[in-house]
Design a protein around this ligand. Sequence first.
Ligand code: FE2
Length: 414
Amino acid sequence: MKVINAKLRHKDGLYTVSYQQGTFDSIELQTGLLNEAVSADVIDAKQQLLMAPLIDPHIHLDAVLTAGEPEWNMSGTLFEGIERWGQRKETITFEDTKQRAKKTVDMLTAHGIQHVRTHVDVTDPALTALHAMLEVKEEIKDKVNLQIVAFPQEGIESYKNGHGLMEEAVKLGADVVGGIPHFEYTREKGVSSVHFLMDLAEKYDRLVDVHCDEIDDPASRFLEVLADEARVRGMGERVTASHTTAMGSYDNAYCYKLFRLLKRSKINFISCPTESIHLQGRFDTYPKRRGLTRVAEIDRAGMNISFAQDSIRDPWYPVGNGNIIRILDAGLHICHMLGYEDLQRCLDFVSDNSAKTLCLGDQYGIEVGRPASFIIMNAQNDYDVVANQAKAVLSVRNGAVIMRRQEEQVEIFA
Ligand code: FE2
C-alpha cells in the first residue's frame, strides 16, 4: 500500500509513503508530481498534508451529549455545571453511557482523531460509568486508542470513600490517576489528595492527569504541589496538569518562581481553551479575565503543552462537534498565538505535543517502523489548516482506512 503526492509537515516537495502489514516501510521524496492510477493499493493525496493522527488528550466521554438533562446550566459556571452533572448522574445507566460515548467517538473519528484520553467520574459507589467506559475502550479499539482516567469529580478527600473508589477504579483498569485538588473542601484536603493520587499512581504504575487549579482564584496553588511531587518521585514525564487556569491570575513574581519548579519537574500541561474561556471569568465585571493558563509562556519556556476539547454538549459546555481544529483555532486566538512562528508549527498542539503527554512513544508518528496510522488534511501545511479551517479527508489506522470524507463542492454563480 502507498500514498503518493503527499505533503509532509515542515518538508519541501512531495512524498510517497508506503506501508505493509500495518507498518510504515518507506518514506521517499518524489522528483515531481506522480500520475499513477488510483487503485486499491494506491491513494493519491493530491498534494495535501499527510500527518500523524490528531489527538484529543482531555475529554469527558461519560458526560458528553447530556446538556440540558435534566436542567440547563443557567449561570454558565463550572460550579453549577458540577451541580447539574450531580443531577444527571442519578439517572446514568451503563447503556446510556456506552451509547453516548460511542456516538462521540464517531464524531472524533470523523475529524481525524485516533488517540483520546477521557476522564471518567468515579465518585459513584457503583462505578457505573467506569464499567461502561472499559467496555467502550475495547469495542472502539479499531478506531481509537482510549486512555481512561479515574477522575474524582466530587473530590477524593471530600467524597465518601473517595480513596477506596479511586483504588478500585485503578484495579478495574483505569490507565491514568486523576484528581481535583482545588475542589476539595479545604486547602489541606487538596494537598493531601495530591499526595494520595501520586502514591496510587506509583503503586500501580499508572500515568497521572490532574484537574489542577481550574479556577480564577490566584490563591489556588496546587500546581506547585503536583509539580514538586512529580519532581521528587522522578515521574514528571508521566504526569499532566490539566487546565491550571489559576495561572492566568497569578502575579508575575510568583509565576517566575513557579516556572523554575515546573521546568525541573518535566510535567506536561493541557489547556482546554473553548471550555475555559466559557467557564472562567464568570465572577469578573470588567476588565474580564480570559481564564486560561499561560499557554504561550509555558511553550516558550520549553515545556510541553497541548490543546483539548474537554466537553461536547454537557453541563459545562453546551456546544462542540468533535473537531479539534476548532479548538486549536480558538486557542491560538485566545492565547495571542497567531504570530508567524506559531502558525508554522501550530499543529504540534493537537498532535505531537499531545502524543508526548499520552506517552505514546514509538507508537505515533510518520516514521519507518512505526504503525501506519495517519490522516490526510485538505490543506498544505500547519498555517493552511488553521487559515482554511481544514478537515481530515482520510484517516488510516494500522494500515486500514477508518474514515473518508467526500470533498465539498462549492459553486459560485455571480
Ligand atoms: Fe476536564
